[in-house]
Design a protein around this ligand. Structure first.
Ligand code: NAD
Length: 245
């Protein structure tokens, strides 16, 4: 039997990178996926994939999130994947970047959970997967001030939801990947000159000797979304090529 047969799943930031790979992996395992993203054009590349319906959603728009949640019928799994990386120390972090990091990386997750948890509680079951990072409470990475602080908040939010609703059929875990090759990673690489030295710098953070793939993160996310992980809640799962060792 497919591992996610019959499950209704909502994913944010599904148009590219880890969100897209996860949407495809979930649909292959029998889930009905509602794949959302702010980017309508990139999202169309998922239309027509069996098991996936797409919808434009800006997760920082509180009104839009509430409207979206009102329209969701049944939800078994919510994967909050949306996030943004700013590269810089505290002295290189404009206040607007700090605010954007917390809005997109933390408040969006808070808003999605707050809007969709009542539906899960009414059903008597639900499973939330949040996207943190190894750059968080797990590890300080150089020049990731706003990112690391906001992704650490995602770990705290995850554990709080897990403990508050563990008795009501809700699970909540988060993912802490190391560097993963995605479109935004490639942009960060280009910002640093796109040189072999810049790539070597990224690779050297992972003792395993390479960068991860979106499919590898999707595989862990699939485990969390399935009932195979039914005994797991409140955890920050690290998948980082040894970066945190
Ligand atoms: P990405 O950064 O390449 O793509 C991000 C997606 O988010 C895009 O499709 C974009 O349109 C969408 N998006 C941006 N703003 C949005 C908004 N307001 N509402 C809805 N969607 C929005 O993808 P990625 O690199 O796979 O990152 C996905 C998540 O994984 C992020 O939370 C990121 O922090 C996290 N993460 C990534 C890495 C990595 O190395 N790539 C490592 C650890 C964690």
């Amino acid at each position: 039997m497919p591992r996610l047969e019959g499950k209704q799943i909502v994913i944010t930031a599904a148009a590219q990178g880890i969100g897209r790979a996860t949407a495809i992996a979930f649909a292959k395992e029998g889930a009905s996926v509602l794949a959302t993203d702010i980017n309508a054009e990139k999202l169309t590349k998922l239309s027509g994939v069996a098991g996936i319906i797409t919808k434009v959603l800006d997760v920082t728009d509180e009104k839009a999130v509430r409207k979206f949640a009102d329209e969701v019928d049944k939800i078994d799994v919510l994967f909050n994947c949306a996030g943004y990386v700013h590269q810089g120390t505290i002295l290189e972090c404009p206040d607007e970047v700090w605010d954007l990091s917390f809005n997109l990386n933390v408040k969006s997750t808070y808003l999605m959970c707050k809007s969709l948890l009542p539906r899960m509680l009414a059903q008597g079951s639900g499973n939330v997967i949040n996207m943190s990072s190894v750059a968080s409470s797990v590890k300080g990475l150089p020049r990731r001030l706003a990112y690391g602080a906001s992704k650490a908040a995602v770990v705290g939010l995850t554990k709080s939801i897990a403990i508050d609703f563990v008795g009501q059929g809700i699970r909540c875990n988060c993912l802490c990947p190391g560097t993963v090759e995605t479109p935004s990673f490639l942009e960060r690489f280009q910002e640093l000159g796109g040189t072999p030295e810049a790539m070597a710098g990224f690779v050297s953070r992972q003792p395993i000797g390479r960068i991860g793939t979106s499919e590898e993160v999707a595989a862990l996310c699939l485990y969390l979304a399935s009932d195979e992980s039914a005994y797991m809640t409140g955890q920050a799962l690290v998948l980082d090529g040894g970066c945190s060792l």
